[in-house]
Write a protein that binds this ligand. Structure first.
Ligand SMILES: Nc1ncnc2c1ncn2[C@@H]1O[C@H](COP(=O)(O)OP(=O)(O)O)[C@@H](O)[C@H]1O
Ligand SMILES: [Mg+2]
Length: 400
């Protein structure tokens, strides 16, 4: 029996969505193979475990949850990964073999949680630290996809401080893209701080809104005749599989050029897919575009060195039949399981596959050299001279 610690919640605006995603997944894991250990991080960043964290009702009363769940820390002891209770009487509450992060948004999905897991050395499902971080930053993604010649909307970006110091220059830079444009904070999800603008005074307003949320601001051309589609990709750098494509139907009226929609995207729920009011599966875009979307999705996945189960979102200009990558969700809502069922992979199988990929990747990583037996500090004599260049000394015996 493999003990899987499903980690969810966290200090993110998508906290509640993560609880729903995690509870769904925990109840679908193959109980013959896996012992599911729920690990809930509350909004204050405290970690809890307890069987009843598998039930959605538990989260309706945080007071009771705190009273009955065990407040724990996850750490490594003698090669095991331990959930230890905090407080005066410390005890081992559970041990886990692998972590399964089902978290959404900043502070957790963005490499924060993955960094902790990697530091203590536990295998975990999904993206490694760097791809997770890039997956949360709409600007980094675009820079990489652009350099791989993958199709993205025309864009520019700047720091909040650059705007504050010299707004005219930034406006000049932005206006090289034709109006309407869309202004976004680089790292937030759920359409917070995102606005479509048609002229300069709206642009100023939108930038001032976006800089409340982030220090990096992205501005893109608005794709017209918009059809929004999403596809899930599962795998790692070696092999990838694509799901059926969904069409997000709420997307269409968000961007009509009527003034009443300025700022109206804020409340849209397109981001996590699962929350969208309506969607069409499979997307009604014809075979040619379907194949093209899948092909670009795989290339986009590889370019960012993603792994696990991600959802890649696209914008299509339906008149020009032109496809643009919009963004990636490295841990999509509901793990996008509903996009796999129509291709014959049920949720239980999908979860099984994700855990297998993670174990395989972990073993592979363990076989790469990452430390040296020589302790360079044993000869340290109080000066730093000569330490440079000891990284990667030739001839030292490697530990695997
Ligand atoms: N370049 C664009 N052209 C047209 N519509 C866009 C563009 N970028 C985003 N949108 C619309 O805004 C929504 C939210 O933007 P997105 O970048 O996906 O942010 P979030 O992380 O909040 O999901 C999209 O689902 C889409 O409806
Ligand atoms: Mg989105």
């Amino acid at each position: 029996m493999i003990r899987v610690g499903v980690i969810f919640g966290g200090e993110s605006v998508e906290h509640e969505v993560s609880i729903i995603s995690a509870v769904q997944a925990m109840n679908k894991m193959d109980s013959e193979k896996y012992e599911v250990v729920p690990i809930y991080i509350n909004k204050e960043g405290e970690w809890y475990t307890g069987e009843f964290l598998k039930e959605i009702e538990t989260f309706q009363d945080m007071h009771l949850l705190k009273k009955y769940a065990k407040n724990v820390v996850l750490y490594k002891r003698h090669g095991s990964y331990i959930l230890q209770s905090k407080g005066f009487f410390r005890s081992t509450v559970k041990e886990i073999d692998i972590a399964f992060p089902i978290v959404h948004g900043t502070n957790v999905e963005d490499g924060g949680l993955q960094g902790y897991l990697k530091t203590i050395g536990i295998p975990f499902v999904g993206c490694d630290v760097c791809p997770a971080a890039i997956g949360q930053d709409k600007i980094f993604q675009k820079q990489i996809w652009n350099s791989e010649k993958l199709p993205i909307p025309e864009y520019t970006w700047f720091f909040d401080s650059e705007y504050e110091e010299n707004p005219e220059e930034i406006i000049k830079k932005v206006e090289k893209i034709k109006y309407p444009v869309i202004v976004k904070p680089a790292t937030l999800g759920s359409s917070v701080g995102i606005n479509v603008v048609h002229k300069r005074n709206e642009l100023v307003e939108a930038i001032e809104d976006a800089i409340q949320y982030d220090n990096k601001i992205l501005v893109e051309e608005v794709i017209e005749n918009l059809v929004e589609v999403n596809v899930s990709v599962v795998g790692n750098h070696d092999s990838q599989d694509t799901s059926v494509i969904e069409q997000v139907l709420t997307g269409n009226d968000l961007l009509t050029y009527d003034d009443k929609y300025i700022g109206g995207i804020k409340k849209s729920s397109a981001s996590k897919g699962m929350l969208s009011a309506s969607r069409k599966i499979p997307a009604d875009i014809g075979d040619k575009l379907t194949n093209e979307v899948k092909d670009i999705a795989v290339k986009a996945f590889k370019a960012l060195n993603l792994s696990g189960d991600v959802r890649i979102d696209f914008l299509i200009d339906s008149k020009k039949k032109k496809i643009y990558i919009n963004e990636v969700n490295t841990i999509p809502g509901s793990l996008a399981f509903y996009l796999w069922e129509p291709v014959g992979k049920d949720y239980t199988e999908l979860l099984d596959e994700l855990i297998n990929v993670a174990i395989k990747d972990y073993k592979k990583r363990m076989n790469k050299t990452h430390s040296f037996e020589t302790n360079i500090l044993s000869g340290y004599n109080g000066t730093l001279k000569g330490l440079k260049g000891t990284k990667g000394i030739k001839g030292t015996k490697m530990i695997k």
